[in-house]
Design a protein around this ligand. Structure first.
Ligand SMILES: Cc1cc2nc3c(=O)[nH]c(=O)nc-3n(C[C@H](O)[C@H](O)[C@H](O)COP(=O)(O)OP(=O)(O)OC[C@H]3O[C@@H](n4cnc5c(N)ncnc54)[C@H](O)[C@@H]3O)c2cc1C
Length: 745
């Protein structure tokens, strides 16, 4: 390679190990140069071992010569020379382990410093001390061993006599941070259940079936870098370090197979760390018109469409004229879980319309439709004024959330987003820009808020702000409740209160337990809770595990219920951390895409009418049980009170207040079956007067949806006939949810 030439591009598929024969290559994460690899070293091990994507860009610093070793060559090498291959994999594991260890030690520092350590820290500290093992362990049966993923017979047979199985109760300690390891100590494999990796007071990673832990101490002989506790009941297999060393001598081919697994685990850990800290890639500016494939946030639905990006109202008007006869779907940040921002014809996005203007005299803010909520909160922080309702993802835009009439954890006391909208500007199908408010064009106003882009293009809006203390933080008190008894009463905020209330429900063996939170704005000194620490480099590994393993979400929240959340003191969170607590989820999705891992999500929210006593509690119990019996682990159930809304046509609380219950399912599950189950649940709830909330996924038949939204739908159809008679605006979502041609006359 010539100096400056690119060898590997970050994010591209990468399945080969590069060995620098002469010269030097440099490693870059985003725009940041993080390390050098001189002659005699290697690069590309993360991609090779994980079989995924390159987590960094590699460039020749000077004229360099390199040799490549791909997956097939590695397999052939392993077969032909297991002893040498074992030594090579050990060196790779050792390096990965010491890099992770060095990065861990610096985890309180700025992301570039941690990244630098992750790529270049190669301190070798082989200090092994002897001490006796403590937990009584037993030998596993053959059946027990063969049930573990990634544990084939050729591995189990020679290793079986050395393997021990240990069972841990919820919260029980498996290994302790800081403990000095001994040769009698072990590497561990999760056979069943979940383990939570805890460093300091913080949960940093979740382990599920087939994950290894204890590898850093095994590879570099230091003290344990973190504690591992059982989250729920955990069954783990232990292989003493001494047995690993013994197997190297007696069965080199088994040793090398084992090391390949160890190295792959370390590579995955390092890649997750890396992708989480890497500066977010700046996407190339989209072309004004191009054919693209777009995907829903949940990852289950996608479409091909002609995407047009416009920069001002004249361009938007011109785009409408040029696409006459076509259905226009509006799309902003594309964070919709379902098909709300997907269409198969023309998909239109706004760029630049992102101004944020505060009018202190009126306590209002005027914002462009493309303004991101993260920027709005940042701009208002310190002014003593905040929008009453802000969604939990900072990338979401005004145009997108206004069209969803979003809700937040403050909705129980302050209503949905629409309540604070004073007016909006809308470009209608006839090319006119109209100001809509409760006084001016009220029918259009009430159809455009929660209108899913069906009434025209929202160009901007004015919101009434609430007074908040400065500095602006959020104080939360958490209470544990052993069951659902009285939940509907507990979720009702006191009249005129400035404290909101919401619940998170964890299921342990079918039994619900409630984490009830009461939160209010406060100027107190920060003392944060993990889910509200977006800057924590560890959010991604936890979120990723929850997405990957069925049952991990509930295990995590049960662990939080039993050990992690404290009732004896309030938490005080920074404004952005508290508000945008789902940014970790967005980051995990981006991270997974970056390193070639799958990330799938289904969230469906239901509205339970407040007028039917006991229905909330019964619905939560039945929903979880039905889905469990159908084979689905509900990763999370959360609930809060929704006060009655104004007559926004498609608002889920247009005709009365209720409780939102959101069910979350993560990972690559049986999607058609889950859809069927959610459709059945929606139909049964509709019989009792409940309905499906339109934000998030909506799996319910058009008949059920048309019935439960009958009044609002009639109002929306009248507005549609008046303001969009040709049916220019719509999406795959509206057509599916309310039936073909939902918006047409
Ligand atoms: C991580 C995460 C956290 C979330 N948290 C919350 C939450 O706390 N509360 C909540 O209620 N929801 C939440 N949501 C859902 C989210 O608020 C909605 O999906 C929202 O609509 C996304 O906004 P967006 O800018 O991504 O819009 P998109 O997904 O691009 O579009 C959303 C809808 O708005 C329409 N639209 C977009 N721009 C315009 C425009 N300029 N004019 C007219 N119509 C337009 C689109 O056609 C589409 O129907 C969350 C979603 C995610 C992924």
């Amino acid at each position: 390679m010539e100096a400056g030439e690119t060898v590997i591009v970050e994010g591209a598929p990468s399945h080969a190990l590069g060995i620098v024969e002469s010269g030097t290559v440099s490693i870059h994460v985003g725009e940041l140069e993080v390390a050098d690899r001189p002659e005699g070293t290697w690069f590309g091990e993360l991609g090779l071992l994980m079989g995924g994507r390159a987590s960094a860009t590699v460039r020749a610093r000077e004229p360099s010569r390199m040799a490549w070793f791909d997956g097939e060559a590695l397999d052939a090498f392993i077969l032909a020379h297991p002893g040498a291959a074992g030594r090579m994999l050990f060196r790779i594991s050792e390096q990965l382990a010491s890099r992770i260890r060095t990065a861990d030690l610096r985890s309180n520092e700025a992301p570039p410093a941690i990244l630098g350590a992750l790529w270049s820290g190669v301190a070798r500290t082989v200090v092994r001390v002897f001490s006796p093992a403590s937990k009584p362990v037993e030998t596993p049966s053959a059946a027990e061993l063969s049930g573990v993923p990634g544990w084939p017979v050729r591995l189990t047979a020679p290793l079986a006599p050395s393997v021990r199985v240990a069972r841990f109760a919820d919260g029980e300690l498996v290994v302790r941070e800081g403990e000095t390891t001994a040769l009698s100590d072990s590497v561990w494999l999760v056979a069943d259940g979940f383990g939570l990796v805890v460093r300091g007071g913080e949960s940093v990673r979740m382990l599920g079936r087939g994950d290894w832990f204890g590898l850093i101490s095994w590879a570099i002989g230091t003290e344990r870098s973190a504690s591992v506790r059982a989250a729920g009941t955990l069954r783990a297999l232990a292989i003493p370090f001494g047995a690993v060393a013994e197997i190297e001598r007696s069965h080199p081919e088994v040793y090398v197979a084992l090391l390949r697994r160890f190295a792959a685990q370390l590579a995955t850990d390092a890649a997750l760390y890396n992708a989480r800290l890497a500066p977010r890639p700046v996407p190339a500016a989209p072309r004004p018109v191009e054919r693209v494939t777009l995907t829903s946030y949940g990852g289950w639905q996608s479409c091909e469409a002609e995407r047009r990006i416009v920069h001002d109202v004249d361009q938007a008007r011109a785009a409408l004229a040029e696409t006459r006869g076509h259905l226009v779907t509006l799309r902003s940040a594309g964070l919709s879980f379902d098909q709300q921002a997907l269409g198969t014809d023309v998909v239109l996005g706004l760029s630049d319309l992102d101004t944020i203007r505060l009018d202190s005299a009126t306590g209002q803010v005027r914002v462009g439709a493309a303004a991101r909520w993260g920027d709005i909160v940042l701009a208002l922080d310190g002014t003593g004024l905040m929008p009453p309702v802000v969604v939990s993802a900072s990338d979401a835009t005004v145009g997108g959330t206004l069209s969803a009439n979003s809700l937040s954890r403050f909705t129980p006391i302050w209503g949905k987003e629409g309540k604070s909208i004073r007016s909006l500007q809308l470009l209608s199908a006839d090319g006119q820009v109209r100001v809509c408010s409760r006084q001016e064009n009220p029918a259009l106003f009430h159809a455009a808020v929660a209108g899913w882009g069906s009434m025209g293009i929202v160009l901007g809006a004015t919101y009434q702000l609430k007074s908040v203390p400065v500095p602006t933080r959020v104080c939360t008190r958490v209470e544990r409740r052993p069951d659902l008894e009285g939940l509907s009463q507990l979720l009702l905020p006191s009249a005129g209160a400035d404290e909101t209330v919401y619940a998170l429900i964890a299921f342990s063996g079918g039994a619900p337990r409630v984490l009830l939170s009461r939160a209010r704005y406060s100027p107190d000194a920060a003392d944060t809770m993990l889910p509200h620490r977006p800057a924590s480099p560890m959010r991604v590994p936890v979120e990723w595990a929850i997405n990957r393993f069925a049952g991990a979400g509930q295990a995590f929240w049960n662990f939080a219920y039993d050990y992690y959340v404290r009732e004896d003191r309030p938490y005080v969170d920074e404004l952005s951390g508290y508000t945008f607590f789902q940014d970790g989820n967005v980051r995990s999705r981006d991270t997974a895409a970056r390193i070639g891992l799958d990330f799938r999500l289904v969230q469906q929210a239901f509205v339970i009418p407040e007028t039917i006593p006991g229905l909330l509690e019964r619905f939560i119990l039945e929903a979880e049980a039905r889905l469990r019996i159908a084979g689905f682990h509900t990763a999370l159930v959360d609930s809060l009170y929704l006060p009655p809304d104004e007559p926004f046509a498609l608002s889920s609380t247009r005709d009365g207040g209720g409780y939102a219950v959101t069910l979350t399912y993560e990972g690559n599950l049986d999607f058609p079956k889950l859809v069927l189950e959610l459709e059945r649940l929606s139909a049964d709830l509709a019989l009792e007067g409940g309905r499906v909330h339109l934000v998030k996924n909506v799996f319910a038949s058009p008949d059920v949806m048309c019935d439960s939204y009958a009044n609002g739908l009639a109002q929306w159809r009248r507005a549609k006939a008046e303001w969009d008679p040709e049916g220019r605006f719509g999406s795959a979502f509206l057509r599916r949810v309310f039936g073909e041609g939902a918006g047409q006359r």
